[in-house]
Design a protein around this ligand. Structure first.
Ligand SMILES: *[C@@H]1O[C@H](CO)[C@@H](O)[C@H](O)[C@H]1NC(C)=O
Ligand SMILES: *[C@@H]1O[C@H](CO)[C@@H](O)[C@H](O)[C@H]1NC(C)=O
Ligand SMILES: *[C@@H]1O[C@H](CO)[C@@H](O)[C@H](O)[C@H]1NC(C)=O
Ligand SMILES: *[C@@H]1O[C@H](CO)[C@@H](O)[C@H](O)[C@H]1NC(C)=O
Length: 599
């Protein structure tokens, strides 16, 4: 090692001395070709430089999947130049055979800090129109770390064409692999390295953002200007590794996580990747002289940060702020007439209009005429405990999210059957069951346009059972029925209609399991916590519009309550649950109670 260091120093000294004598210090100096073999150190330097350049060039050829694949061959070294930097720059002029044609090209390599563990090599194009330059990545202009150990990864410019294409492919692939309802788009390549293998391996840090477009194949190639980031725009940071070889990309691995910092950074700037974002202290969205809305500006800012909101344009942001403001006025009224301990406020739905909210998050349709009349459930006799919670008895799966599809009825149904299967089937297994099977295959109901639990039991019975969530994944849109009978894990034998009397309901629930119910969801858009007890005038018991699942009951002080599992994700309400007053038919919760039966 010492010996090597001495050689390097001596070598550098020789070049410097020669340069000092002939040229301006720091310029390129031509080394006569016949001198190269006389100096074993120099010979080794040049061989390594040529090897690095040729390896990279061949990797690009392999990556691009050239037909009649012929490795590129270095035929002859024509000229050598060197320049001392914090290491040595070499410019090697060579004759190469590129696809059967002899060309003269330059290979510019730098051997940085050769005295540190052998140093690191860096490859650059010598000039834009050199025949070698398409094979060689532009290096990052500001990064002194853009170096390459022979065979190791090296940093590349995040704007490099090939790197950008690989990053775009990666995001498309992530969309394909993801069961998210919304498509994410590439906002920025934060960091990129490339490694020359049999082809090229890219490692990226990417910032992506969820857009308003559905995560569907026909949208995957769309850009951010076509699929704007709007209400559910959560930036993500993805750590991704992609291989490009034979004109094909393959994903080695990827991991995405929410990127809070990105939200804040993006909001500080006015335009990012063709997206205009209003933020910071800019109050352009506040209509002049609108004093009523002025008080909601700080809450709106907080809301945007809490729920990772990015809006596609200043106009969209202004529109959303207006809706937010109207909603916060509505919240004041709901809160003022609340008879229980519930708190209402800016939930994740606070920037949706009532119409949008109804269309996207409900979907309960009481049928005009029932296709099937289910028998009345037997109410068990005897005392019941003061409180009961099926979540504590392995009968309730984690809270799910119906997304922007009116499929609440399917979630209410699966939630009920999950409980029945865990409690009353011989296997006593708690399985997460498929809502998508109902959305796609239950022809008695209308998929994302709504449905009804009574019919869903019948549909599952007729189909011959229900698959698991894993085997029949939720997509949140109407699709072709892909029911596979051999993947059925639970069967339904029928259903029962449960009493309107809330004491009977509790007795039935304690003995048998969670109950599917219809409810008027009006106050739920803004429910945050506490026990809701809305005034009847605000929550008409005859206007049911949502299907949910009662999983337990209890009493806090003088307030008896039901525990209701909702399907709006766990970041709504109390970890996805709604607590509502028990005993006076609040919001019609007792008017359509049912359960499947299993054997
Ligand atoms: C290889 O393919 C990339 C991406 O299609 C392209 O940008 C590049 O110019 C190609 N390089 C060569 C040497 O053909
Ligand atoms: C390329 O150069 C090699 C020798 O360096 C020679 O044998 C060959 O004929 C040349 N090919 C063409 C197409 O000029
Ligand atoms: C149905 O599921 C079974 C078991 O998983 C599988 O072997 C079969 O290929 C599936 N059939 C279809 C048509 O997908
Ligand atoms: C369910 O039972 C209630 C009475 O508890 C009754 O009013 C209602 O019509 C029944 N519905 C069905 C579908 O059987």
């Amino acid at each position: 090692m010492k010996d090597y260091t001495m050689k390097v120093i001596l070598f550098l000294f020789t070049i410097c001395a020669a340069q000092g004598a002939v040229h301006m210090v720091g310029g390129f100096r031509e080394i006569p070709l016949e001198d190269v073999p006389k100096d074993p150190y120099l010979q080794k330097e040049i061989d390594t430089g040529l090897q690095i350049a040729a390896t990279r060039m061949n990797a690009v050829k392999t990556a691009n999947g050239t037909k009649n694949e012929k490795p590129l061959k270095i035929l002859q070294l024509l000229q050598v130049f060197s320049q001392v930097v914090s290491g040595v720059n070499y410019k090697l002029v060579v004759k190469v055979d590129i696809d059967g044609q002899n060309k003269t090209c330059g290979m510019c390599v730098t051997h940085l800090a050769p005295w540190l563990n052998g140093g690191t090599w860096l490859l650059r194009p010598c000039s834009e129109n050199d025949p070698c330059s398409p094979f060689i990545p532009r290096d990052h202009p500001r990064s002194p770390r853009s170096v390459s150990l022979l065979g190791g990864p090296h940093e590349v410019d995040t704007n490099d064409n090939m790197a950008q294409q690989a990053a775009q492919w990666a995001v498309e692939h992530i969309n394909k692999m993801s069961n998210s309802l919304f498509m994410q788009s590439l906002l920025k390549v934060t960091h990129a390295t490339e490694q020359v293998i049999n082809g090229l391996r890219y490692h990226f840090l990417l910032t992506t953002v969820f857009t308003s477009c559905r995560n569907a194949p026909e949208n995957h190639h769309k850009t951010l200007s076509e699929c704007l980031a709007t209400t559910e725009s959560k930036p993500q940071e993805c750590d991704v590794s992609v291989i490009y070889s034979q004109n094909k990309y393959t994903m080695e691995n990827f991991k995405c996580k929410p990127h809070r910092e990105a939200v804040e950074n993006v909001q500080k700037r006015s335009a990012v990747a063709r997206m205009e974002i209003l933020g910071g202290d800019n109050h352009d969205y506040l209509p002049h002289g609108d004093d009523k809305c002025a008080e909601h500006v700080p809450a709106f800012k907080e809301f945007k940060i809490q729920y990772d909101r990015l809006y596609g344009s200043p106009a969209e942001e202004a529109r959303r702020f207006k809706i937010f403001c109207d909603n916060m006025e509505k919240v004041k009224i709901i809160q003022s007439v609340e008879q229980g301990s519930a708190q209402y406020g800016a939930t994740k739905f606070a920037d949706l209009s009532e119409e949008e909210f109804k269309k996207m998050h409900l979907g309960f349709k009481p049928p005009v005429s029932l296709k099937r009349q289910w028998p009345q459930a037997k109410i068990p006799e005897g005392p019941i405990p003061d409180s009961w919670d099926w979540r504590e008895h392995n009968a309730v799966t984690p809270v799910k999210n119906q997304g922007w599809c009116g499929s609440c009825w399917a979630f209410s149904t699966t939630g009920n059957i999950e409980g029945q299967w865990a409690i009353n089937s011989p296997s006593h297994q708690l399985l997460s069951l498929s809502e998508q099977e109902l959305v796609d295959c239950d022809k008695l109901d209308q998929g994302c346009n709504g449905g009804f639990m009574y019919d869903a039991y019948e549909a599952i019975k007729d189909l011959g059972g229900i698959e698991t969530e894993t085997d029949y994944k939720y997509t949140g849109e109407d699709g072709k029925c892909q029911f596979n009978k051999s993947e059925v894990v639970a069967k339904v034998t029928g259903a029962v209609n449960i009493s309107k009397n809330e004491e009977d309901m509790a007795a039935w629930l304690y003995k048998n399991g969670p109950i599917s119910i219809g409810i008027n969801s009006f106050p739920m858009q803004f429910y945050k916590w506490g026990i809701a007890h809305p005034w009847k005038f605000f929550c008409d018991p005859n206007a049911l519009d949502h299907g949910v699942l009662i999983v337990g009951y209890g009493k806090k002080g003088k307030e008896p309550y039901w525990i209701i599992k909702n399907s709006w994700g766990s970041n709504w309400g109390r970890e996805g649950y709604y607590y509502i007053y028990r005993g006076d038919g609040s919001c019609g919760l007792n008017t359509m109670c049912s359960s499947a039966t299993v054997a």
